[in-house]
Design a binder for this molecule. Structure first.
Ligand code: URA
Length: 191
């Protein structure tokens, strides 16, 4: 089985096991992830929003457009990375996912990372970052790589602000772009 097939079978398993049934019931579809399963970089957001729920793809709304700008600044395109979220269904009304929902999806995220085996994990936003780095202070830690051990896995995690932050606060644009470029450089040189 190649990586794409392994990811497809993971999606099938999430559906079959009816993970987070209350979310599944209210969402249009599962949003497992998108991009290159052979990528050196996996970006992890929080949960799909309305546009993502409609299209079945992560980061295709306003935040996604800014993510595309961050990629372009690093000389990359979406097909150069893999993008996913901690929680794979849109929470109703775009509320924050609950700790239970994150916990239910966590083993599937771990399996996605196992399949893709990226050099660098970029978390997008405080909530996603805190899943990997419990003592995360995003204002202090953003853009700084940290080795994170989780059971048998070791990840090089770089926490970034959420791209949506740039939509509300113009001064965040450059911070996010600079942090992404740093992360991309690390992925090029790591290992
Ligand atoms: N915000 C996220 O955290 N994930 C998406 O897929 C879209 C917006």
């Amino acid at each position: 089985m190649d990586k794409q097939q392994s990811l497809a079978s993971l999606a099938a398993e999430i559906l079959e096991k009816n993970i987070c049934p209350e979310l599944a019931e209210q969402a249009t579809q599962l949003v497992l992830g998108d991009g290159n399963p052979n990528a050196d970089i996996v970006c992890i957001g929080e949960a799909p929003g309305k546009a993502e729920d409609t299209q079945g793809l992560p980061f295709v709304g306003a935040s996604g457009r800014f993510l595309n700008e961050m990629l372009a600044a690093a000389g990359m395109e979406r097909r150069d990375i893999y993008i996913t979220n901690i929680v794979k269904y849109r929470p109703p009304g775009n509320r924050d996912p609950t700790p239970e929902e994150k916990k239910e999806f966590w083993p599937y995220l771990m399996r996605q990372l196992e399949i893709i085996n990226p050099k660098v994990v970029i978390t997008l936003g405080r909530h996603s970052g805190a899943c990997f780095i419990p003592d995360l202070t995003i204002s202090k830690d953003h853009g700084h790589a940290r080795k994170v051990q989780y059971e048998a896995h070791e990840f090089l995690v770089i926490p970034l602000y959420h791209p949506a932050a740039a939509l509300y606060n113009g001064s965040m644009r450059q911070v996010l772009i600079d942090d992404f470029v740093t992360a991309a450089e690390l992925a090029r040189t790591n290992r």
